[in-house]
Design a protein around this ligand. Structure first.
Ligand SMILES: [Fe+2]
Length: 324
């Protein structure tokens, strides 16, 4: 089943945990950074071990159902969705900008490197003005991520190629992913912003935040450290949107839910993403909009009425208009 949003009880536990940590979520580095340790040491942590157990269960289940299911999953075409968006507070200096958004590759047994590089080729062909990846590059181990990051680094766009980390990127070696991504030329945004395009498009990104409260702290942190308004926010977790909309950020891009992977035909919000407040597609509050992509990868080898996707958003300034 897809992972669920943080509940109130989770938030209380998370809050207690944050107070106990020397570096809280507003720090310059993510709280789960452990990449200075050897793999055998860092992979002893509880989150990694639970994720590895889930991995094994999925592998056994896949074998039981048969290789055909996995083979079908691995051959499922990747959709390229081109969507037009109008936002009232989008800067007129960047009217008509094309943003190529992809997310949740989960590099591993359910998304081998060849399929990942094929997806990047689709991104390249779109020739966007800006490229945004909202995290979960790897499913579990970072082993083998180098060619993916090199491939991403080869994708350039006039206004930049940005990356934020997802929860799965934190399981093994987030510091290693950031180091390799930056070496490949990607802009990794860890509660940071960049002003690009001469006439001032402000792009911000936050590191993985588990729930509304942690996302709020991160969004506040990056807003307080940015001169002027932020126009585009990247966050793996869609739960950044309540604070992003309160701050008046025109557009937030997120992933994380995979759209539930199994949805009702023509009703993408009726899906297995049962525990998620923002499941898939567009959401609006005041002049702010959130887009949650279905992503490219998977937790289990099935996507039904919920294609793996790359999304190309053409953003114009105007009265709010979002695709259904
Ligand atoms: Fe994911």
């Amino acid at each position: 089943m897809p992972e669920r949003d943080e509940t109130d009880a989770d938030a209380r536990r998370s809050s207690q945990g944050d107070r106990a940590r020397p570096d809280g979520p507003a720090g310059d580095e993510p709280r789960a950074w452990n990449g200075s340790e050897e793999p055998a040491v860092r992979r002893q942590n509880g989150k990694y071990r639970r994720a590895r157990l889930r991995h094994r269960i999925v592998a056994v289940a896949s074998n039981a159902v048969g290789a055909a299911l996995t083979r079908r999953h691995l051959n499922q075409p990747i959709a390229v969705r081109r969507l037009d968006v109008r936002l009232p507070d989008w800067p007129s200096s960047h009217d008509g900008i094309r943003i190529v958004h992809f997310s949740d590759l989960h590099l591993g047994s359910l998304l081998p490197i060849e399929r990942a590089l094929g997806a990047l080729e689709l991104v390249r062909q779109e020739r966007g003005d800006l490229i945004a990846c909202t995290g979960d590059l790897v499913d579990l181990d970072v082993d083998g991520v180098e060619p993916l990051l090199e491939g991403m680094g080869s994708l350039t766009a006039p206004l930049g190629h940005y990356l934020v980390l997802g929860n799965h990127d934190h399981l093994d070696d987030p510091r290693g992913i950031v180091r390799l991504a930056r070496a490949a030329g990607l802009e990794v945004l860890l509660d940071e912003s960049r002003v690009v395009g001469g006439s001032g498009l402000a792009v911000a990104g936050i590191d993985w935040g588990r729930g509304v409260r942690e996302c709020r702290v991160r969004v506040d942190s990056v807003c307080n450290r940015t001169d002027g308004p932020i126009h585009l926010l990247l966050s793996h977790n869609p739960l950044a949107f309540p604070e992003a909309s309160r701050r008046g950020i025109p557009l937030t891009l997120a992933g994380h839910t995979h759209g539930g992977q199994v949805a009702r035909r023509a009703r993408p919000t009726q899906s297995l993403a049962l525990g998620h407040r923002f499941r898939a597609g567009f959401y609006a509050k005041g002049p702010s909009a959130l887009f949650v992509t279905n992503g490219l990868g998977a937790w289990f080898p099935l996507r039904l009425h919920c294609d793996p996707e790359i999304v190309v958003l053409t953003i114009r300034r105007g009265a709010m208009s979002l695709p259904v």
